[in-house]
Write a protein of this length. Structure first.
Length: 78
């Protein structure tokens, strides 16, 4: 499973989502869209969103820290 997190260092929701994934021991690639403009363009083109966080799970995009959707998509058992 390929998981990428499009985020910025100043976004509190991004930090919360990163911590959540780390606590659940989910491996992911963190992408700072302020530094990586190509990734920023990809995120906007594929998700239709200009805000972060955006989570890409095998090409399916989840916008924001939608805990329920993330748990369901990643098969996390709480």
């Amino acid at each position: 499973m390929k998981i990428r997190l499009f985020s910025t260092p100043v976004c509190p929701y991004c930090s919360t989502l990163k911590r959540f994934l780390e606590e659940k021991e989910i491996k992911f690639e963190a992408i700072n869209v302020l530094d990586d403009l190509d990734a920023q363009e990809e995120m906007i083109a594929k998700s239709g969103q200009v805000t972060v966080p955006v989570l890409d799970v095998n090409g399916e995009f989840i916008v924001g820290f939608d805990r329920k959707k993330i748990i369901e998509k990643l098969g996390i058992i709480e």
